[in-house]
Design a protein around this ligand. Structure first.
Ligand code: PAF
Length: 284
């Protein structure tokens, strides 16, 4: 596996792959790999000739009071795991190599950033859309692979790629979970042992809502109230940042469920803000 830190050198390598006719897949990450990241890399390994992974803790997607400095990092371990997963190139640039001091260009997809995480993280999706568009310009991949845990991010990047005619297929892959249901996240390391015991209730709460919808409940207000009750009962002290029912493609709120609907939540437990989601009425 080659490790490249210089964006121009990475772009040269990507151009050479393209010229050779190879299909390429990019897995954009912020590092501190877990099974979720590795499952994306393995999928890429099986579906493309050449696999690029980017590892970049993107400063522009963190708000001023967020965890940019505390975000977990371990480049040596990540490089070893990426190599084991069959990655060809690990692109790990310095922030100053990506963002010039007078960087002035931003990519925004405002309608998809209005709700869910966008409501409490106002600059987040502008940072995500900008860095992913930079990475796609550098790597020019046939495919880019993302996890469905960040469903809103995936929907927004799909729209960005479509609107900007970016010739990369945006692939979403299923959430990888611990045996007790907790969605894997680099931020799970923020949980204390006691919080870690409680955290699977986020997924259990989402599954409870899925069961109510399955049994015929169609009112988003009733489902939201049921989720709030579930969390209050099972994780006292947790704060539900949001639990929303939205259209899975345009991320607009749904009031009465009539077709496939995304149930998505962010819950704060101690220092961790954890996401989960599921698709309700997938076959409707
Ligand atoms: O999902 C992430 O880890 C990040 O938001 C991404 C897509 C790598 C952009 O920094």
């Amino acid at each position: 596996m080659q490790i490249i830190t210089d964006p121009h050198a990475f772009q040269q390598r990507a151009m050479a792959e393209r010229a050779s006719g190879a299909t390429t897949a990019l897995v954009p990450t912020m590092g501190f790999f877990h099974e979720g990241h590795l499952s994306l890399m393995r999928w890429a390994r099986e579906n493309a000739d050449t696999v690029f992974v980017s590892l970049f803790v993107n400063p522009t997607q963190f708000g001023p009071d967020e965890d940019l400095d505390a975000y977990p990092r371990d480049l040596d371990r990540d490089a070893r795991l990426a190599e084991e997963a069959g990655v060809d190139v690990l692109f790990a640039p310095d922030p100053r190599a990506i963002y010039a001091e007078d960087h002035a260009t931003w990519v925004e997809v405002p309608t998809l950033a209005q709700h869910l995480c966008g409501a409490s993280r106002p600059v987040h999706f502008r940072g995500v859309a900008t860095i992913v568009s930079i990475l796609l310009h550098l790597a020019m991949p046939s495919m880019a692979v993302f996890g469905q845990k960040d469903w809103q991010q995936l929907a927004l990047l799909r729209r960005m790629a479509r609107d900007l005619f970016i010739p990369t297929e945006i692939i979403g892959r299923p959430i990888v979970r611990e045996a007790d249901g907790l969605a894997l996240s680099s931020r799970n390391v923020y949980l204390t042992p006691q919080e870690r015991q409680q955290a699977p209730h986020i997924n259990k709460g989402v599954q409870h809502i899925a069961a109510l919808a399955e049994a015929g409940e169609r009112s988003a207000a009733a489902l939201k109230a049921a989720f709030a009750d579930y969390i209050a009962q099972h994780i006292p002290g947790a704060e539900v940042d949001y639990f929303e029912l939205v259209h899975p493609d345009n991320i607009q709120p749904v009031h009465d469920l009539t077709g496939p609907t995304l149930a998505a939540t962010a819950v704060r437990i101690g220092k961790a803000r954890l996401l989960d989601n599921t698709l309700l009425l997938a076959d409707a």
